[in-house]
Design a protein around this ligand. Structure first.
Ligand code: SF4
Length: 74
């Protein structure tokens, strides 16, 4: 299990479990999207793309990244 992807239709959140240090910055910043005790644990449809990107950029380990599914650049 190297990485998993979760899409809201505009971006795909990429989570690499081996990099995750479980600092829980994601859960603190967007608790409606990140649910560590549920599956799927990331539900990107519960925030807009700008909120998701701002949070992903705060992941301290680099476990969370994203790629755009539309034509815009990152
Ligand atoms: S913020 Fe990043 S390192 Fe911290 S729990 Fe979330 S994915 Fe893991």
């Amino acid at each position: 299990m190297d990485k998993k992807e979760y899409s809201n239709g505009e971006i795909a959140i990429i989570w690499q479990p081996k990099k995750c240090t479980h600092a829980a910055e994601c859960v603190k910043r967007l608790p409606k999207v990140y649910h560590p005790r549920e599956l799927p644990w990331i539900t990107p449809e519960h925030a807009n793309t700008e909120e998701l990107i701002a949070q992903i950029n705060c992941c301290p380990s680099g476990a969370l990244t994203y790629r755009r599914l539309d034509s815009a650049t990152e």
